[in-house]
Design a protein. Structure first.
Length: 187
């Protein structure tokens, strides 16, 4: 679907030079001389390479429509993740690199959303939050619970986050996967 360069938004997937890119930043510029343009920072979906490109404001760009499909995580094999379609029970394998920093949080049975184009997975997302166990953290210092300071903790998957002082080793917590931030302690 063709859109005007002025309509490019963050998160759009566009086709440029026969490659697919995810838009991460846009800036509209009206210079003193010459025509207006849109400065777009984008990341190629296959290689992860970031690039900047200027589109004239009168230029048309091909916006790619992606279909979202939900799958269930089964297991990892070499550099691939094996997923199952929950309706047809068909299995699909995708490259681990599609999950990027989210990979350590994947658990058996977890739902994964794939964004597909022509039956090829281009993006993969885990749920927004996950329950994890604190593997290691500093003990509570008496009198420190009233302050708003956070302390470092290591999760069961070796990821590092900051947690409130009342969290102890072995506690289960809910974290925001994208931001790697503590949300709450599991009750």
């Amino acid at each position: 679907m063709k859109i005007n360069a002025n309509d490019i938004k963050i998160g759009n997937v566009i086709s440029h030079d026969n490659k697919f890119f995810v838009v991460s930043k846009t800036m509209h510029t009206q210079p003193g001389k010459g025509g207006a343009y849109i400065q777009v920072e984008m990341k190629e979906m296959k290689t992860g390479t970031k690039t900047n490109h200027r589109f004239r404001s009168s230029e048309d760009v091909e916006k790619i429509r992606l279909d979202q499909e939900k799958y269930q995580f089964l297991y990892q094999e070499d550099n691939f993740i094996i997923l199952m379609d929950q309706e047809t029970f068909e299995q699909k394998s995708i490259d681990k690199s599609l999950l990027g920093d989210q990979l350590p949080f994947i658990k058996e049975g977890m739902d994964i959303t794939l964004e597909m184009h022509d039956n090829e997975a281009l993006l993969a997302y885990l749920p927004a939050s996950a329950e994890v166990t604190i593997k290691e953290c500093e003990p509570v210092v008496k009198g420190q619970t009233s302050t708003s300071s956070y302390k470092p903790a290591i999760l069961e998957n070796e990821a590092r986050i900051m947690v409130p002082p009342f969290i102890n080793q072995g506690d289960k917590v809910v974290i925001d996967i994208k931001e790697l931030k503590y949300i709450e302690r599991v009750k």
